[in-house]
Design a protein around this ligand. Structure first.
Ligand SMILES: [Zn+2]
Length: 120
């Protein structure tokens, strides 16, 4: 059963704001790669067309590392990466939402799944 819902979210200072349709009944990903482990990001994935950037296109800074397939866009004012963009294994353009940056989501109620991003 899918529970695709529309959430709003954004960075800490409020310059970056977006709306995204995502299914949080699926486990959210806790990744152990060098970046995620420092950020403590909890990620939910959705096709990129389910993400609508409402504000902040002008303050987003793109950061890439390793194989440079993921665009880690963060707010240049407050430094928070509230989402990322990249191409999934099947060639589809995806976004990774940092569910900690969504409004009114009970993080403790979410199922989580560890992903060994360090070994990828
Ligand atoms: Zn910000």
């Amino acid at each position: 059963m899918t529970e695709l819902k529309t959430y709003t979210g954004g960075c800490h200072c409020g310059k970056v704001r977006y709306e995204v349709k995502v299914d949080l009944s699926n486990p959210v990903v806790m990744c152990n790669c060098s970046r995620c482990s420092k950020l403590g990001a909890m990620l939910a994935f959705a096709p990129v067309d389910q993400l609508t950037l409402k504000e902040g296109g002008d303050v987003l800074t793109d950061y890439q590392f390793n194989k440079k397939v993921i665009h880690h866009v963060f707010c240049s004012v407050c430094g928070i990466e509230s989402f990322a963009r990249g191409v999934g294994p099947n060639g589809q353009e995806m976004c990774a939402i940092n569910v900690r940056c969504l409004d009114d989501v009970d993080i403790d109620a979410l199922k989580t799944m560890k992903v060994d991003g360090k070994s990828l």
